[in-house]
Design a protein around this ligand. Sequence first.
Ligand code: OAD
Length: 234
Amino acid sequence: MGYGHIVILTGAGISAESGLGTFRDKDGLWTRYNLEDVATPEGFARNPVFVHEFYNARRANLRDARPNAAHEALARLETAWPGDVLIVTQNVDDLHEQAGSRNVIHMHGELSRIRCGACETVSEHRHDLFVDSECADCGVAGTLRPHVVWFGEMPLRMEEIFTALDECDLFVSIGTSGTVYPAAGFVAHVRRFGHARTVELNLDPSEGHSLFAETRYGPASELVPAFVDELLKA
Ligand code: OAD
């Protein structure tokens, strides 16, 4: 089938086999940390040292992680496909980009970027950040935070995402539990307002699995390359 517009939603499950933990699986981040403490503006205001330590540890994990066969297959699809391929990721890692994907929207921000609360500049930052770190742009100290979207904050680039969902003729969801909105609502949006084929590729059925026309279960490193091969051969 010659899909003109493909949208692929990814979540933590696609990076699990690269050694980055998921959130809600056994041993997931939210079983070890209270998300109110490390992923809300209120938690950051209460204890910025703790929040910086949490993200410093996650940046260190990311420095050791490499893309797996699932990220690589999606990059291959983008290169070979005659139409548009857009990845909308909830992940703050940059493994899609490391694998070679170019058309990626990080709706929950990026671990490798920081933002200044004084001048709003977003800049690349792959190492530790501290409460007294100075903004390289405006020189003010103590105003930097991770450029990640916390609970209670607006996800990024939503207008672009909904335009792409309205246009797409294939929507694939990979490695997400389907518990966090607005991403969890994308499949329902596509079904209500569009005409796209909807496919879920995940280790286990997600919360919204029954909304997908097709579902396949197994590790992303196997399912995604096989699915991409099918698309490219069709
Ligand atoms: P979750 O941890 O909620 O879900 C991970 C999903 O990946 C689960 O459905 C697993 O079954 C699946 N999974 C695990 N290993 C897999 C593998 N090897 N191959 C395929 N699937 C696998 O992670 P997300 O759905 O991404 O938001 O979580 C959504 C958001 O909640 C995150 O972006 C983050 C978190 O709180 C913010 O921090 C704002």
